[in-house]
Design a protein. Structure first.
Lengths: 351, 785
């Protein structure tokens, strides 16, 4: 539809799942994307949006030894990022540094800063300290939570603490609370668990099943957004976890990815397996609004929270990232390896 | 000359005026200084010039004329002379008589003073004599007056001594009025001297009065006495300073008691109307109506009497009769909690109205009309809303029946529920309209006046009914949390999970509401409204109007929501199934496929369940291949050139060529749109569920890493699914595409994507098909017996 014309496209060679905003790059709007190819040599692409916003330029192309299931850019050093990778049978996670070879697209090798090698089961994701320079990292595998201390000069990472999530829970992902750096939310099959990193204990949980992605609202304390397979998107207030404060219908098929805008309140992006990216405007507002939202009659009266649906994708959209430098810009990555950068500026005026 | 005239005295002047008027032929010409020629003749004017006149006369007249003039003039002069003489004489005469009178007066005044003094003396002596007489008589008069007073007093004493006897006589004669008059006359004396001199007397008369009071009271309370006598009795009692208020209260209580009886009877009437069957109905009603009429008449009579007896008691009576009406309506409202037919309601209203009219007759001040309108408004309003809530309960009751058995979908059960729902909704609302029509067409005063309001209420009622229905549906489907007042309803639901069948029924019912019920109700409503001048405009102001379009829209969206919910519920079950299938095994160490995995059976079972539910509820759609609206699309993930190269390279391998074929075929296929708009047909719903299921399957596969055997297992399963799914779904192309996508996804995620050899594939599928058939027959045979 109309969205097709506004987006700027870029093709990765292979299938891909993960894209990350390079937060530390304050001069450019750049993204890192990693491919997911079982039998080919995988790559990490450093993509930069040209100054006029009409073109996506490949700033660097680095070969990565294995298929990438998770990729996160370091919030304080634009050259550092983490990946979670799989070799088919085994999983690994590592911290990488982009070598000083800018502009040469000859697939230079990435420098491995550290290997997060304490895991025994399937690693799900690695989380950076939410903001600012800190050497702490959290990695989550199916059964355990690890807190790492990264020493980039020594090129090593030490496990600071580790805790098992319990035998019955298979963790699948997580997010670091930007408002409370001691708190981590981890998703498992039937709930979202909250961990205190100081004591490495589980503090609370929300009962919600099959959460694919969670994201904290960076502007508002206590607000957490979850994307679930079938039931769409839920917005939670962490102070009252019994019922979500808001529900969004999500996608025709599963809702896979969800991302809160770092700047604009209530602006939420979701990617789904129906090959679409939906832009929602669901301000959580004041108390009154919350109660009226959970009321019955407001269901029909409410304004449609769906602001726009970008449907110009060929395959399921698994990767989503807002640019923190230009918060009206987001990058989306569909499974066929296509990166599309869109601007939501035309819809912001509606607020 | 005019100035010279001024000193002339009045008389002379008058005289001259007289003369001049006599001589002047034209007075206007004669007055004032006129030209000489014109006034020559005017002898009488001031400006008369004798010489000129003479000259003129001599010149103009002949001799004869002159002579004649001369004679005339001489005669005139003589006349004037006589006049003058006469006047002088008369004056003189008068003067002489005045002089005489003065002279007489002078002589008379002399000697009057002495006479006057004499008169004064005489008067003085008369006065002194009269004083003497007065003094001498004073003492006697005083005595007489005293005697007179004593006599009066004696008479009064006599009266008081006689009082008891007289009162007794009066009692005997029942002349209570006289008795009271006597007694009240004697009261001041008793008050003054009752304690001393007239003690006995007072006691006796008080006793008599007591008897009188008693008698009067008796009279007052006896219903047999005429109202007139009772009223008199009340007045007399009041005069006797008897505490009438107490009596009033007692009488009032009596009134209230009779009222209570009346109410009970009303209740009976309502009950009777409630319980009586058609055959006995009329008789019973008649009986009760008569009984009721009698008691109302009694009440009315009492009220009348009471009013006469206590003239100032209107407010109390008004209150009492208002109470009566209020209680009437209260009883009616209580009955409304049960189901009351319109006819019964009308009958009750009529009874109440008759009562009102009767009472109004006796007690016009009560304005019971107005009061009754006010109260009945709320009653009728409540009646209208109760009718709607009954309807609502009916419809949701029909839905609730689906509930108990949920998973083992009993054949026809959903269909039965749907039909029941439809019926109760349509029939219920038609009955409702019919009932309201009855209400509107009735010519009872009360209803005629409220007609416009009733129309409004019915309109608003429908609006609210449909809104409530929508909410209730949502509640039933569990989409919204129940509010406290619906707790009882939802408790039943919370215990078990909401059945998907119910949701489907609700969806279809919403469609029914939107497409059939609302138009029909609107039609019927306009028919009714047309017979009266509907108060549409007024209703709009109050927001009390039934908006069919708005409701239609609400239900349309609700039906879509429910359908989606149904699909969601079903796909969720499939998802759970698939999740278990794909997350449990270790795909990287999968063993050689030996048979089609059993999840396929479960998957098909789920679809079968969907099919059977859908079959009951939804209509068969026309097979369509047109895909107009799509929400999303997917093309092959193989648009990647590198992969094509790679596939070309591996082309030599015979086994892989098969895979390539799938891939290449996909390349040339059109972009298949998967997520199309769901329609209210069996095929559309089933197809959507299959599509969503397959898409989920694809996504699960993409998350795994497979070894060759794992890939082959998936290939086998999918190959097996192909036939049954295509049979179920209407959109074969999309199903094919999705199945292929699963295989492609699996091959992408496989370390060594070597497909099964076709013969092996065929063999395994045949084995599975045979097994399924066998199972089906073995399962089917016992049930068919």
């Amino acid at each position: 539809m109309q969205a097709g014309s506004s987006g700027v496209g870029y093709g990765l060679k292979y299938q891909a799942r993960c894209i990350s905003d390079v937060k530390a790059d304050t001069d450019h709007t750049s993204f890192l994307a990693g491919t997911l190819s079982l039998r080919e040599e995988n790559e990490v692409h450093l993509i930069r949006l040209s100054a006029d916003g009409t073109e996506l330029i490949c700033e660097g192309l680095f070969s990565h030894p294995n298929e990438i299931w998770d990729l996160r850019s370091c919030p304080f050093d634009q050259r550092i990022f983490t990946t979670v990778y799989s070799t088919g049978e085994s999983y690994g996670a590592a911290v990488w540094q982009i070598p000083e070879l800018y502009g040469q697209l000859n697939s230079p090798q990435l420098e491995r800063v550290a290997l997060l090698d304490a895991h025994v089961s399937k690693i799900k994701c690695v989380l950076w300290w939410p903001s600012g320079r800190n050497d702490k990292l959290v990695s989550i595998d199916e059964e355990n939570l690890f807190l790492w201390s990264l020493d980039s000069s020594k090129k090593a990472a030490q496990v600071q603490s580790k805790e098992s999530a319990g035998t019955m829970h298979y963790l699948s992902g997580g997010a670091w609370d930007p408002h409370d750096v001691n708190s981590i939310a981890a998703t498992c099959e039937s709930s979202v668990q909250f961990w205190d990193l100081r004591t490495m204990t589980k503090t609370s949980s929300i009962d919600v099943s099959h959460v694919r992605t969670i994201d904290y609202d960076t502007k508002k304390d206590h607000i957490l957004v979850t994307a679930e397979d079938e039931t769409g998107i839920h917005i939670w207030d962490l102070r009252k976890t019994k019922v979500p404060i808001r529900e969004l219908p999500g996608h025709t098929h599963w809702t896979w990815a969800v991302a809160c805008n770092p700047e604009y309140d209530g602006l939420i992006l979701s990617g789904g397996t129906d090959s679409a990216v939906n832009l929602w405007l669901a301000p959580t507002g004041s108390r009154d609004e919350i109660t009226s939202d959970s009321g019955q009659n407001s269901l029909s009266l409410k304004v449609d929270p769906l602001v726009n649906s970008y449907t110009d994708y060929e395959d399921s959209v698994y990767g989503l990232a807002w640019s923190s430098r230009e918060p009206w810009i987001f990058a989306s990555l569909s499974y066929d390896g296509r990166v599309v950068v869109e601007s939501v500026k035309p819809y912001l005026s509606r607020k | 000359m005019a100035i010279e005239d001024a000193p002339l005295d009045d008389k002379a002047k008058r005289m001259r005026d007289l003369l001049s008027s006599f001589y002047a032929p034209d007075p206007s010409v004669a007055g004032g200084s006129l030209p000489k020629g014109a006034s020559l003749d005017a002898i009488n004017t001031d400006s008369f010039d004798a010489d000129q006149y003479m000259n003129l006369l001599v010149q103009r007249a002949n001799l004869e004329g002159l002579l004649q003039k001369h004679v005339e003039m001489a005669a005139e002069i003589k006349n004037l002379d006589t006049d003058l003489q006469m006047l002088v004489y008369e004056n003189y005469n008068k003067f002489i008589s005045a002089t005489d009178a003065i002279k007489r007066m002078k002589s008379n005044i002399v000697g009057m003073e002495a006479n006057m003094e004499q008169l004064l003396d005489k008067i003085m002596s008369v006065q002194s004599r009269s004083d003497g007489v007065n003094n001498s008589l004073f003492g006697k008069r005083e005595h007489i007056e005293k005697l007179h007073r004593t006599r009066n007093l004696l008479r009064k004493v006599q009266f008081i001594y006689d009082l008891p006897a007289r009162l007794g006589k009066c009692i005997k004669a029942e002349a209570y009025a006289d008795a009271v008059r006597f007694y009240t006359g004697a009261m001041p004396i008793f008050k003054a001297y009752g304690e001393s001199s007239f003690q006995d007397c007072k006691r006796a008369s008080e006793e008599a009065v007591m008897t009188i009071t008693k008698n009067l009271q008796g009279k007052l309370f006896s219903d047999s006495e005429s109202i007139q006598t009772r009223a008199e009795a009340a007045v007399l009692l009041k005069q006797l300073d008897f505490p009438v208020d107490g009596l009033k209260v007692r009488l009032f209580e009596k009134l209230e008691q009779s009222l209570g009886g009346l109410q009970v009877k009303i209740g009976d009437v309502a009950d009777a109307l409630e319980e009586s069957n058609d055959e006995q109905e009329n008789d019973l009603q008649l009986g009760f109506a008569v009984a009721h009429d009698a008691s109302v008449h009694e009440f009315v009579e009492t009220v009348r009497a009471y009013r006469v007896i206590f003239p100032d008691s209107e407010s109390q009576l008004i209150k009492l009769s208002e109470d009566l009406i209020t209680k009437h309506f209260l009883i009616t409202e209580q009955h409304m909690k049960k189901r009351v037919s319109t006819a019964t309601f009308l009958r009750v209203l009529r009874i109440i109205w008759d009562d009102v009219l009767l009472i109004d007759h006796v007690l016009p001040e009560a304005l019971l009309h107005d009061y009754c309108f006010k109260v009945s408004q709320s009653a009728i309003k409540q009646y209208v809303s109760s009718m709607f809530s009954h309807l609502l309960d009916d419809v949701s009751g029909a839905m609730m029946k689906v509930h108990p058995q949920q998973n083992n979908v009993a054949e026809e059960q959903l269909q039965v529920a749907l039909e029941a729902g439809k019926n109760s909704l349509l029939k219920g609302s038609m009955d409702l309209l019919l009932g309201f029509r009855q209400l509107l067409e009735d010519n009872l005063d009360l209803l005629v006046k409220l007609r416009e309001l009733i129309t409004d209420w019915v309109q608003a009622g429908f609006q609210q009914f449909f809104e409530a229905l929508d909410t209730r549906f949502l509640l039933l489907s569990g989409r919204i949390k129940s509010s406290p007042q619906d707790q009882s309803l939802s408790e039943g639901l919370q215990s078990e999970k909401i059945s998907s069948g119910l949701v489907l029924v609700l969806a279809q019912l919403c469609v029914f509401v939107e497409q059939t019920a609302i138009p029909r109700i609107t039609e019927a409503r306009t028919e009714i409204a047309a017979s009266f001048s509907s108060s549409g405009a007024r209703g709009y102001e109050h927001g009390l109007v039934f908006h069919p379009t708005e409701i239609s829209r609400v239900f349309q969206s609700a039906s879509e929501k429910f359908l989606h919910q149904y699909i969601n519920m079903r796909t969720h079950r499939i998802s759970v199934l698939l999740r278990k299938r794909f997350t449990t095994p270790n795909w990287i160490k999968h063993k050689e496929p030996r048979e089609v995995h059993m999840f396929v059976d479960l998957f098909l079972q789920e679809l079968e369940a969907v099919g059977s539910e859908v079959k009951q509820i939804l209509s068969q759609g026309v097979r369509k291949h047109r895909r107009s609206e799509s929400n999303g699309s997917t093309t092959s993930s193989l648009s990647n050139s590198l992969r094509d190269d790679k596939l070309r390279r591996s082309n030599t391998q015979r086994a892989r060529s098969q895979l390539l074929e799938t891939h290449l075929a996909k390349l040339f296929k059109q972009k298949v749109e998967i997520f199309t708009k769901v329609e209210f047909t069996r095929e559309s719903v089933v197809t959507t569920i299959i599509k969503l299921g397959l898409k989920s399957l694809q996504e699960f596969v993409r998350l795994q890493t497979l070894n060759r055997s794992g890939f082959q297992q998936i290939q086998l399963d999918i190959q097996f699914l192909r036939t049954p799914l295509k049979e179920l779904a209407e959109d074969e192309a999309a199903i094919d595409f999705l199945l292929d996508e699963v295989i492609v996804g699996a091959s992408d995620r496989c370390l060594d994507p070597t497909p099964l050899e076709p013969p092996i594939l065929d063999k395994l599928i045949h084995a599975k098909t045979a097994e399924t058939k066998e199972q089906n027959s073995s399962v089917a045979s016992p049930t068919s017996q």
